[in-house]
Design a binder for this molecule. Structure first.
Ligand SMILES: Nc1ncnc2c1ncn2[C@@H]1O[C@H](COP(=O)(O)OP(=O)(O)OP(=O)(O)O)[C@@H](O)[C@H]1O
Ligand SMILES: [Mg+2]
Length: 362
């Protein structure tokens, strides 16, 4: 297992200077609204991906009026204990990460050193209703278990942006000489097929976990599933690459018209269903929350299976909107995980102390 033993914040969100200590036990951060509970979890999650798990820009997590922020943490693993430091200074225009006091050439080098899973309440609506956000949670899942996935994803975005620019700037040239765009098609289909096949593998691996966690939390018997929708259906990666290349070639006239690349992992969709009914259209708030929660618990278990390290589970305001049965079921699942930090504005309803949590007041 791995866990964070201390966290020191400087100019991060509402914290000018703050220090927190944690142990392996479950921690419940209990405080009134607007005290900084979500911000503490956001800071902890920063240690995993070097960016906000809530999709905020660096300059927005910088404390208002301040000119730099620093997150310092100490990570404990069975084999070693090491610090992670993330510093951002907009004047230098740079965010810099260091691991065990060695500064890292690229931020992506940090990924994998520390793994965390964040459940964020604003994701419930956002993620489950917007295709782009659903792709994001899938990408987060795969990225932390596979360092080269993130590199592929960044490469894909770069080539995609170049190709889209060509579609805009060289319209007539491309229509008469479609072979001009071939080098981009080549790269996109290569990277795209790799991305899609990794997504499919990961989804396949977590499918049974998803339905198990859903069943453990919801007292109702509907079956939860996540499926990947893509016009590129492939048995093998090579086949996927060929189909993608073919689609990029044949749809070019339409793409020149729309000035946008129409096929590829950036357009694929992840669909959640309960008894084959789309969650985004039909689920209630509590059901949506249960779906996202099942996804996050499955993600934590998947990461442990893939990396050998049990990630830290960060659950922001997970209990509001859950009925007492579901809340109790979640509390009963938590002991199966490693370090867990939950937040709530209402301890008395849940009685964290009685469930073995250490209470941290802000
Ligand atoms: N960049 C920033 N600089 C300074 N303060 C900020 C910044 N971003 C957010 N805040 C403030 O931090 C405070 C705490 O926010 P946070 O979301 O962590 O509260 P919370 O304890 O989770 O509350 P709730 O129980 O309502 O979810 C808010 O008042 C917010 O306005
Ligand atoms: Mg909050």
């Amino acid at each position: 297992m791995m866990y964070v033993s201390s966290l020191k914040l400087t100019n991060f969100r509402n914290f000018e200077h703050a220090e927190f200590t944690f142990d392996q036990a479950k921690t419940a951060i209990w405080a009134d609204n607007a005290r900084g509970k979500s911000n503490v979890l956001e800071a902890l999650y920063f240690l995993a991906l070097a960016k906000s798990g809530r999709g905020a820009r660096d300059r927005d997590v910088l404390r208002w009026g301040a000119n730099y922020f620093v997150i310092d943490a100490q990570i404990e693993r069975e084999d070693r204990s090491f610090p992670i430091r993330i510093a951002y200074d907009p004047l230098v225009g740079k965010k810099q990460a260091s691991l065990a006091e060695t500064s890292l050439p690229r931020l992506s080098d940090l990924i994998g050193a520390f793994n965390a899973v964040l459940f964020s309440p604003e994701d419930v609506d956002l993620v489950l209703r917007e295709p782009a956000q659903r792709r994001r949670i899938l990408d987060i899942l795969v990225s932390q278990s596979n360092a080269s996935y993130l590199a592929d994803l960044e490469g894909y975005q770069r080539v995609l942006a170049q190709r889209n620019r060509l579609l805009k700037d060289r319209r007539s040239a491309l229509l008469s000489h479609p072979e001009q765009v071939e080098p981009w098609n080549e790269q996109l289909s290569n990277l795209g097929a790799r991305i899609i096949s990794r997504r499919l593998e990961a989804l396949n691996d977590i499918q049974h976990l998803l339905s198990e966690y859903y069943r453990a939390i919801a007292p109702t018997p509907e079956k939860m599933k996540a499926s990947y929708r893509s016009p590129i259906s492939m048995e093998t990666r090579d086949q996927g690459r060929e189909i993608l290349f073919e689609a990029l070639t044949t749809r070019l006239p339409q793409e020149v018209e729309l000035r946008y690349t129409l096929t590829g992992p950036h357009r694929d969709n992840l669909i959640f269903t309960l008894d084959d009914k789309s969650v985004h259209q039909f689920a209630s708030q509590g059901q949506l929350k249960t779906v996202l929660l099942s996804w996050k618990l499955a993600e934590a278990t998947f990461l442990e299976q893939q990396t050998g390290w049990r990630p830290v589970l960060l659950m922001d305001d997970v209990f509001s909107e859950l009925d007492p049965n579901r809340a109790k079921a979640v509390l009963n699942l938590i002991p199966d995980f490693g370090q867990v930090v939950v937040t709530s504005a209402r301890d008395p309803d849940l009685d964290f102390g009685a469930h073995g949590f250490r209470l941290l007041k802000l």
